[in-house]
Design a protein around this ligand. Structure first.
Ligand code: SF4
Length: 500
């Protein structure tokens, strides 16, 4: 063991790269993966359930995925003074040992998602077999399971930066450094692939809200940092970063769950881009109830634009603070009128959900006319209110910890959906196909929305390039979409109208 501290930062996560695509588009591949990854999965992943789900034809399957950047590891490495190395791709024991053999490490830190627990255990065993004096640190959502303590010397639930600084005898109160984390978005269709240069930034930690299913508030012990950096700091860092790359267009993913919270911060931030050239497109998370009050005119005519807004509706059958008293349809229309792409997150599998009510609500969701609708099933994560309630009611199935967060898996007893994949996975797949039939390929929606952005920019050239590219995808895929999804006349006309 080294006398000097040196930290190796790794991440354990399963089903990351193409996770949700694989679940709903390639069920047989998903089943194979599950059985290979989780020893006890065979009894749950029944062949007949997966076989009844139709595989998507590759003719309509456009896949989008990002590099598997170790976001947490990079954020931590940028905020400690102790020497460190970050391994980006999700690790396995061989990758870890390969790195440990190269240098002398005192600590290995794992950022861990709940569904990669078996791999995390193997990795920690490999580290201890290699050198028992190396200290293991576990953080992230997966570390919220009680079991984590058995496999780590230190467990961090809360903010990683002060935790790590404290552990390494560094100044805990030193301000945060702003990390700009390079990434790429890959768009793959059959044998062709295009790659877009993007970056990710974190400007705050935690969340001011407490949605009952969400592990973020318990993870951060209910604390929310607010903005960690001034608009000037973020602006200057992004401009410098893009200049270094020598490109005119940069997409920036704000990873904070509530990116747009302080309006004044955003107005000032945008005003700083007035004199810049090119295009900074921001992809943000926002709280729906705040969006109608956002003055979008203050976010126009500059080199910056809000490119896309992701927001949780979660359920139309219950009311969350973030959607309370919000006219979702007019809010979405307003954003789209300004050329901002809208993506809703929606959850099925609440106790009040039945097959019938889910379908009714999905049609209501589609009627809101967001560009993209992403639908998931409800999971209970340890320490959330939903988890506590289900535990009290004795409704959590007796499962290995990683099973509670597997997409398409019903991990608690439900009044209408059977445990496992039996009901919820085929339902998710049917919903996804129905959304495709009703709204067409998302590329055509994006091109239509982006056309509106031309009214609010001084830099139309780059936006025109994007519109052209999305439009040609929408056009190219149309005959294959029609053949595969067999839309009704109304659904077909809807697509054709968008192509005009
Ligand atoms: S607003 Fe988002 S991040 Fe915040 S508690 Fe709700 S789901 Fe979690």
């Amino acid at each position: 063991m080294t006398t000097q501290n040196k930290v190796l930062l790794a991440q354990c996560y399963a089903l990351g790269k193409e996770g949700s695509d694989q679940v709903i588009r390639r069920p047989s591949e998903y089943r194979e993966y599950l059985i290979e990854t989780y020893p006890e999965m065979k009894k749950w992943a029944k062949k007949e359930v997966f076989e009844q789900i139709e595989e998507w034809s590759e003719e309509v399957d456009i896949r989008l995925y990002a590099d598997e950047v170790n976001l947490v590891g990079r954020l931590l490495a940028d905020n400690i003074q102790t020497p460190s190395t970050v391994i980006d791709p999700p690790v396995n024991p061989d990758m870890l040992i390969f790195e440990l053999e190269k240098d002398s490490y005192s600590h290995v830190g794992f950022s861990l998602t709940s569904n990669d627990f078996p791999n995390f255990i193997k990795c920690t065993e490999a580290v201890k077999n290699f050198d028992p004096s190396i200290k293991i640190i576990a953080g992230g959502y997966g570390a919220m399971f009680e079991h984590t303590k058995r496999h780590a010397d230190y467990v961090c639930v809360g903010r990683g930066v002060p935790f790590l600084r404290n552990l390494l005898n560094e100044n805990v109160t030193r301000p945060f450094n702003l990390s700009i984390i390079p990434d790429h978005i890959h768009m793959k269709y059959k044998n062709t692939e295009t790659v877009l240069e993007v970056c990710r930034i974190v400007t705050k930690l935690g969340c001011p809200l407490h949605c009952d299913f969400c592990p973020t508030p318990p993870m951060f012990q209910g604390k929310y940092t607010g903005e960690l950096f001034s608009p000037q700091q973020v602006h200057d860092a992004l401009v410098q970063y893009r200049d270094r790359l020598g490109i005119d267009k940069l997409q920036v993913y704000f990873v904070d769950p509530t990116t747009i919270f302080s309006f004044d911060w955003w107005y000032e931030f945008f005003s700083l881009f007035k004199e810049d050239y090119g295009d900074f497109g921001f992809i943000v998370y926002a709280l729906a109830y705040l969006l109608p009050r956002l003055d979008l005119d203050k976010l126009t005519k500059s080199a910056a634009r809000i490119y896309a807004v992701n927001f949780g509706i979660e359920s139309l059958g219950t009311s969350y603070i973030k959607t309370k008293n919000t006219d979702l349809k007019s809010m979405i229309k307003r954003l789209k009128d300004y050329g901002i792409i809208t993506n809703t997150n929606y959850i099925i599998g609440y106790d009040f959900d039945t097959h019938e009510s889910v379908w009714k609500d999905i049609n209501k969701l589609i009627a809101l006319e967001a560009d993209i609708n992403s639908v998931f099933n409800l999971h209970a994560h340890p320490k959330t209110s939903i988890w506590e309630r289900l535990a009290t009611q004795n409704r959590l199935l007796d499962l290995p910890p990683e099973f509670y967060y597997i997409p398409g898996f019903q991990a608690f007893t439900h009044p209408h959906f059977k445990p496992g994949f039996e009901n919820i996975l085929p339902l998710l797949c049917d919903i996804n196909n129905h959304i495709q039939r009703e709204t067409g390929n998302p590329a055509i929606n994006l091109s239509k929305t982006l056309e509106n952005a031309l009214n609010y920019t001084d830099h139309p050239k780059i936006i025109k390039r994007e519109i052209k590219s999305f439009r040609s995808i929408g056009k190219m895929i149309y005959p294959k979409w029609k053949q595969y999804f067999e839309p009704s006349e109304r659904q077909d006309l809807n697509y054709l109208k968008k192509l005009q």
